[in-house]
Design a protein around this ligand. Sequence first.
Ligand code: FAD
Length: 517
Amino acid sequence: FSMFLRFLMVFLVSFTIRRKNLPIPTLHSSFADMALKGHSHLTFEKNEHAAKDFGNIHHFMPSAVLHPKSVSDISSTIKYIFEMGTTSELTVAARGSGHSLAGQAQAYRGVVINMKSLREPEMSFHTGELPYVDVSAGELWINILHESLKRGLAPKSWTDYLHLTVGGTLSNAGISGQAFRHGPQINNVYELQVVTGKGDVLTCSEEQNTDLFYGVLGGLGQFGIITRARIALETAPKMVKWIRVLYSDFSIFSKDQEHLISSDTSFDYIEGFAIINRTGLLNKWRSSFNAKDPLQASQFNSEGRILYCLEVAKYFNPGNSDLVDQNIDTLLSELNYIKCTLFLSEVSYVDFLERVHLSEIKLREKGLWEVPHPWLNLLIPRSGIHEFAQEVFGNILADTSNGPVLIYPVNKSSWRNRTSMVTPDEDIFYLVAFLSSAIPSSKGKDGLEHILMRNEKILRFCERSLVGVKQYLAHYGTQEEWKAHFGTHWEVFSQRKSTYDPLSILAPGQNIFRKAT
Ligand code: FAD
C-alpha cells in the first residue's frame, strides 16, 4: 500500500508541475517523501485560491498547500525545507484569511500554509483581574468575539473588519478606532507561540524570548509563523452609541479629533473619513442613523464639496444609557462640527464591530467585492497632515475617490515601541487609508490603472514634500525601498531575519528578502 501511495504522490506532483509549466527539480520526490512521512495534509491540486488575495492584483501559484492539523505539521514542514538548505528553492508563506493586498501571503512555487485549518489549541479563556484568551493563530477575530462575549468579555483593540486571522493582523499591526487608547492589536498580546524559519517551536513574551516576541509583532511574517496567541480581554459592553458629524474645514476637523484622543474620558472609538464630491450623502445615512435635527439635516447639501466626517462611538449597557447620553452631550459640546449634521444610532456591540462585514454582504450581492483593491495606507506625521490634506483632498483627489478614505489620529505613546512595526517619529500621527475598489474592465477613473497612478501621485507628493511618512501594509519592489521604509530600524530587522530565518524561507510575498539558493 505504501509503495502505491508513494507512486501516486510522485505521479500527482510531477503531473502538477508539468501542467503548471514549472521546472522539475527534486521537488516532487521531496514532497512525496514528506507526504509519506506523515505530512498527509499537503495538497498539490486545486490550489488556485492560494494564489489569490483581497487585493486581487498579484497572483503567484504555489507548488503545494499545507493544511496543518497540528503545530508539529508546520514545524516539521519548515524543518524539512530548512534542512534541504540552499539546494532547494522552496519558500513558505502562512496564509491567514488571504486579505492581503499585494501577494504578501503567497509563495510562488513554494508551500502555502493554510492557517485556518490549524485548530489547536482550542480557544481557552482565563478570567480574573487580567483576563485573556489563548487562540490558534488561524482563528478569525469574529469567532473570538462571539466566544468571548459568552463570558462577558471581548478583546480591547480591533480592526474595522473581523474576518481576518489573528496571525495575519498581528504580523502587521491591527489598527482601528480603539488604537488611540489601547494601541493596535500588537499591543494587546501577552504571549505567542512561534515556529521559526528553522522549524523550532518557541514560546515568547515580554519576559521570554523577548527579541522574537517583539520581532514577530508587526514582523510581516519574516521571523516565524505564529501558531498561538494570548490576547488581552476586557469586560465587554452590550451596546454602542454610534455618532457621525460633518465638517467642511479640515483644520477644525483634525483639531477636534486630536482634542478627543488626548482625553482619558473621551469616546471609546474615534475615526473619521473624507468625503469627496458625494451627492445625497445624508440621505444614505438615514437608513442606519437618525438626524438629531431632521429638518435642518434635510436641507444640508453635500454636493461638490469636500467634507470630513468625524465618527465616534461610546460603549454602554442598557442600565446606564442616560448617563452615557449626558457624557456624550458634554463631549460633543466641546466640538465645532456643522451643527445640523449630527447623526446618531444605537446598535449592539457585535453589529458595530461587524459594520464592514454588513457592507461586504451588500457588495457581494452586487458582484463588487471580488474586484481589484488597489488600497493605499499611509501613516502621516501630525506636522504634515494639513499640507497632506490640502494637496491630496483638494487637488489629487479633487474629482473623485473610488471608495472610503479614512483619516484619524492616534497617540504614539500608547503603542509598544519595540515591535517590528515602523511608525512616524512624532507623538501623534494619522492613519490615512484610501480603500479603493477598481472596476475590472474600466479604462476610466474607476479603472485599476487610473487608481494606481493616483496612488503613485500621492506617494510622490509625500516623498517630495513631507518628512517621515510611512506606508502601512506596504508592498515594495526592491530591498532598497524596504531599507528606506525601516530607516534606522533596518539593522535590527535584518539581524532578526538572520537569527530566526537565516535561509529566508518565510513570507516571500513580502518581497523583503530572497531565499539563498
Ligand atoms: P493574510 O493576508 O493571510 O497574511 C498577511 C501576512 O501575514 C502575510 O505575509 C502572511 O504570510 C502573514 N501571516 C499570516 N498568518 C500568519 C501567521 N500565523 N504567522 C506569521 N505570519 C502570518 N488592517 C488594519 O490594521 N485595520 C483595519 O481596520 C483593517 N481593515 C481591513 C478591512 C478589510 C476589508 C480588509 C480586506 C483588510 C483590512 N485590514 C485592516 C488589513 C488586514 O489587517 C491585513 O491585510 C491582514 O494581513 C489580513 O489578515 P489575514 O488573516 O487575511 O492575513
